[in-house]
Ligand binder design. Structure first.
Ligand code: FRU
Length: 572
C-alpha cells in the first residue's frame, strides 16, 4: 500500500491553503484520502476537475459511515478548474475521509501518478469571481457549476424563488441537486445555496413547488411544498417541505410517495385547481403525460393520461406544466399543457411544445387535431420551460433553460454552464382558427431598461426594432462573425442565422438557421442580447426565438436594412 503524506502551506489565489492529509492507495483504482482535524477546520477542500477525465466516485465517510456521495472528474494530467467541497457539511464529525474510486485503467502508471492528489487542497475561501467572457449580465446563471432545468419556481411575499437542476461539483451534468436563487425583480438574482441534496432515495431531478395556503398537507399554513423526482434505479416522486419560505427543506419521511414501472417517470408539476378545489399534478411518463389529483399533496390519484398520437413524439416527454389562460381579446379561457421534449425539437435536440384545450380537473382534451404541433419558441436554446406558482395578479411567468441537450455539456464556458431565459409572461391568442401561446417579455424587463435609448450596440442590451415590412438585422464584429435576423412580412416568418456567429466547433449541431412563423405581422421586435444569448421576441407575443452565440469578440456593429428603425437600451 502506497501512501503520500503532504504537509505544506501555499498561497492560492491570495487565499491561504494548506495541505494536511494523507492519500493511501488501496488499488489501481481506489484511494482512501484521510482528512485531518486541522484541515476539516478550513472552509473547503478544493477538488481539481479535468473535464475530459474519467469520473471518480467519492464517498465521504466519517467513522466508517458514509455521510455523502458525489461524482467528480478528478484531474488526471491537468486542472481545468476547482470545485469546493464545503467542510461545514461535516461539522462535528470525526474520522473524516474520502473513499475515492477512480474509473479507468491505471495499472501502468499507477493511480498515484494522477495530478489530482497534488492539487487537492484545503482553503479558507472559494473564489467565485466571474472568469467567463460569455457569462450573461442580466440572465440568471450559477456562480459556478452546471445548471439545467428551472425547478420548483414560486413567488411569495415579494420574492421570486428559482430552484434549478445543479451540479455543485463540476460544470457538466452530474450529482443532481436543487440549487436556489431569489430575486425581487426577476432580473437580478442572488444564490441561496443547495437546499435539496441527493439522499438514499436518489439524486434530485426536476419538480415543482407550491405555497400551501390552507395547510392541506399539514406542514403548516403557507408552507412551501416541493415535489421532485428521486432518480436512482427507478425514478420515483418524493416530497420536501419548507417552513422558512423555501430557504431550507425537510424531506418527507414517507418518501418516495409515487412509483411506477415506466422507466422515464418524472418532473411532477403541481398546482391548486380552484375549479375542483383539489390539487392537480401532471408528470411525464415516457411519451405521455399523467394527470393526478390530491387533497393533501401526499396521496395522489391517477386520473388520466394525455399524449398518445398528439403532437411531436421525436423524443422523451419531460417537464410538463398545465394552466388556465385567458384568450386575448375574448372572454374565453382555455387550458394550456406544456410538454418539453428531447430530442424532437424543430431544429434538432430539445424544445418546448404545447397543447391547447380543455381540462376538467381530471382529463385534458386537446382541441387541435393530433397531427398539429405547436412550439413555444423557435430557437435551439429554449428548454424545460415551466411557470412560477402563486405569481401575483394571476400572471403566468415562465422561465426556460437556455441550452440544448445536443451540446449543453460542451458549450465553451467552464466556470459555469448554462443560463436561464429572460422571464416571459404567457397568454393565448387566436390566429386563423387556432389558439396559440403568446410569449411576452415580462414587464420587469421593461423596467430594467436604461432611461435613454441610443444606437450603440453593447454586449448586454435590448434592441427594439419597429417594423413596417421586411427587414434584415445584422449583428457583427470585426472578426467577420455575425448573426443575421430576417423578417419576411409576406411569408410571415422570422429567421436567425448563427452559422457564422463565432465559436461553433464544440458541436456539429450548433451551426443553424432557425425559422419561426409569426402568425400575422410583427410591428415591434424586442431583441435581448446578453454576451452569449440572443432572444428575439415579437413585442405582441406571437413569436419567440432563443439562440446561443459565442462570438470570439462581442458584436459591436449593428445594421438594419429594409423597413425597420431601431434603438438600443442598456439593461440595468
Ligand atoms: C430535462 C431533464 C428532466 C430531468 C432533469 C435531470 O432537461 O432530463 O426530465 O428531471 O433534466 O437533470
Amino acid at each position: 500500500m502506497k501512501k503520500i503524506f503532504i504537509s505544506a502551506l501555499v498561497a492560492l489565489c491570495g487565499f491561504t491553503a494548506s495541505y494536511a492529509q494523507e492519500a493511501s492507495f488501496l488499488s489501481n483504482n481506489h484511494c482512501l484520502y484521510r482528512i485531518s482535524q486541522e484541515s476539516q477546520n478550513q472552509k473547503c477542500l478544493l477538488l481539481p476537475v479535468q473535464e475530459n477525465a474519467e469520473i471518480a466516485n467519492i464517498k465521504v465517510i466519517a467513522n466508517n459511515k458514509q455521510v455523502k456521495a458525489l461524482n467528480v472528474k478528478l484531474a488526471k494530467d491537468h486542472v481545468d478548474y476547482f470545485v469546493p467541497l464545503y467542510m461545514d457539511e461535516f461539522a462535528g464529525l470525526k474520522g473524516l475521509a474520502l473513499d475515492i474510486h477512480v474509473n479507468g485503467d491505471y495499472s501502468k502508471e499507477g493511480l498515484n501518478a494522477l495530478t489530482c492528489w497534488k492539487e487537492m487542497k484545503f482553503s479558507d475561501a472559494f473564489d467565485m469571481k466571474n472568469r467567463e467572457q460569455y457569462r450573461p449580465d442580466y440572465h440568471h446563471t450559477p456562480a459556478y457549476g452546471w445548471m439545467n432545468d428551472p425547478n420548483g419556481m414560486f413567488y411569495k411575499d415579494g420574492v421570486w424563488n428559482l430552484y434549478f437542476q445543479y451540479n455543485p461539483y463540476g460544470s457538466q451534468w452530474e450529482n443532481m441537486t436543487w440549487g436556489h436563487s431569489t430575486s425581487t425583480d426577476l432580473v437580478h438574482w442572488k444564490f441561496q445555496g443547495t437546499p435539496i441534496q441527493p439522499d438514499a432515495v436518489g439524486t434530485i431531478f426536476s419538480g415543482s413547488a407550491v405555497v400551501d395556503k390552507n395547510n392541506t398537507s399539514g406542514f403548516g399554513k403557507d408552507a412551501v411544498v416541493a415535489l421532485y423526482t428521486s432518480a436512482a434505479e427507478n425514478q420515483t416522486q418524493s416530497m420536501a417541505y419548507s417552513t422558512d419560505n423555501g430557504k431550507t427543506f425537510t424531506k418527507y419521511a414517507g418518501n418516495p410517495i409515487l412509483t411506477s414501472n415506466v422507466p422515464d417517470f418524472r418532473d411532477p408539476h403541481m398546482f391548486w385547481n380552484e375549479d375542483i378545489k383539489k390539487w392537480n399534478m401532471i408528470l411525464a411518463a415516457g411519451q405521455h403525460m399523467e394527470i393526478y389529483t390530491s387533497d393533501n399533496l401526499k396521496d395522489w390519484k391517477l386520473e388520466s393520461s394525455f399524449g398518445e398520437k398528439y403532437g411531436n413524439h421525436g423524443g422523451v416527454w419531460e417537464c410538463p406544466d398545465l394552466m388556465k389562460l385567458k384568450v386575448r381579446g375574448t372572454d374565453k379561457e382555455k387550458w394550456m399543457l406544456i410538454c418539453n421534449i428531447n430530442p424532437g425539437g424543430p431544429f434538432g435536440g430539445s424544445a418546448t411544445q404545447y397543447f391547447i384545450g380543455d381540462f376538467d380537473g381530471h382529463k385534458f382534451t386537446c382541441e387541435s387535431k393530433p397531427e398539429v404541433t405547436k412550439w413555444m419558441d423557435y430557437g435551439k436554446d429554449h428548454y424545460a420551460t415551466v411557470t412560477f406558482d402563486n405569481a401575483p395578479e394571476g400572471r403566468r411567468v415562465a422561465i426556460a433553460w437556455m441550452s440544448n441537450w445536443q451540446y449543453a455539456n460542451q458549450v465553451p464556458t467552464q466556470q459555469y454552464r448554462s443560463g436561464n431565459s429572460i422571464p416571459r409572461d404567457l397568454g393565448l391568442f387566436e390566429y386563423k382558427g387556432e389558439t396559440y401561446c403568446s410569449v411576452i417579455p415580462s414587464p420587469e424587463m421593461t423596467a430594467a431598461r436604461s432611461k435613454k435609448a441610443g444606437k450603440k450596440l453593447s454586449e448586454s442590451c435590448e434592441m427594439v426594432v419597429n417594423l413596417k415590412g421586411n427587414a434584415t438585422i445584422t449583428l457583427s464584429n470585426d472578426k467577420g462573425e455575425k448573426v443575421v435576423m430576417s423578417y419576411d412580412a409576406k411569408a410571415e416568418t422570422f429567421s436567425m442565422d448563427r452559422t457564422k456567429s463565432g465559436k461553433m466547433d464544440f458541436s456539429k449541431d450548433f451551426a443553424a438557421t432557425t425559422k419561426a412563423p409569426t402568425y400575422g405581422k410583427i410591428s415591434q421586435l424586442r431583441i435581448f442580447i446578453d454576451k452569449s444569448s440572443i432572444e428575439a421576441l415579437d413585442a405582441d407575443g406571437k413569436m419567440a426565438m432563443t439562440n446561443l452565440v459565442f462570438p470570439s469578440k462581442s458584436y459591436n456593429k449593428v445594421t438594419v436594412k429594409g423597413k425597420g428603425k431601431y434603438q438600443i437600451y442598456d439593461i440595468k
